[in-house]
Design a protein around this ligand. Sequence first.
Ligand code: RIB
Ligand code: CA
Length: 332
Amino acid sequence: MTRVILDCDPGIDDTYALIYLAALNHAGRIELDCVTTSAGNVDAQQCARNAAWVLTQCGLRTIPLAAGLPGPLKLPLTTTPETHGDTGLGYVTAPERHVEHDWDLLWIDSIERGTEDLHLIVTGPATNLAAFARLHPEHFAKLEHITVMGGAVNYPGNTTPTAEWNFWVDPHAAQEVFTAAHTPITLCPLNTTEQMVLEPERLEMIVEKLGPTPIAEDLKEITRFYFEFHEDVGEGYRAQIHDLLTVLVALGDVATSDCLATIDVEPTSELTRGTVVADLRGMWEREPNARVITGAEIAKAWEAFERACATHSDFFSGDAALAAGYHRKAED
Ligand code: RIB
Ligand code: CA
């Protein structure tokens, strides 16, 4: 059984990644071992509240969940309420709730269950992953399948001319992670994730396919904020769902092209912090530390997500939801 640790910073596109993973968990295709949060789009504590609420709205109330480190390894935390909303879910606010902080113990428990089929997927700043490599090197070394959303490889950034948001927020963590990598980490950079564009028409179809799933009631208001942000920055009234594509790539649910590279990340200069420098030709004579995803079949990726949304509809229409304590929506 494929198992997943998701380290995320929901965050609107992280929300789509959670919806997808919840559906695969319902379908018995994966086991979502745990969800942990990094500080990025909003603070890690709020990201944890958001992740817990999204999972609950997707029929998963009991996934082990914890907030990770409160901020980057060395730099002060910068969040982006202008992109994801004041609390990280656009025009929706998740309810207050208690949040645990034993994130690294959750990872250790999962790793000690075996790592052959364990996928660690990071869709926020790499702060927790870098800290884990420092704190628990022997467990970090056991991780065989790590996928990270971040960076822009010889491609314009979305935060500075050369830096992508996750790597800009915590460039030291990104640099440490790829320096510590014992096997190439799958890297989903902006080059590819910016192609995962959600149009309003597709959102309508997604909400319809979700059926009586509680998350469907809020997904439009969550996403409207992201549409408006993208319109404000000249991308049109649409949204780039970076983290959903990253999860699909990590699980092999979409065909991709890739190349091996040795990457480093510039952490210090104000102008170039978070910039990825990629050696694609072995000039540094260092082992490759990244499998850079250079392309993906985006149409197939959306088809896979829409199939997952239908799984949610089946779950909430069936007895499993009742058994999990969810009440069936009154027939319209
Ligand atoms: O640059 C895009 C990334 O930054 C995505 O993970 C998005 O959620 C934000 O965290
Ligand atoms: Ca994210």
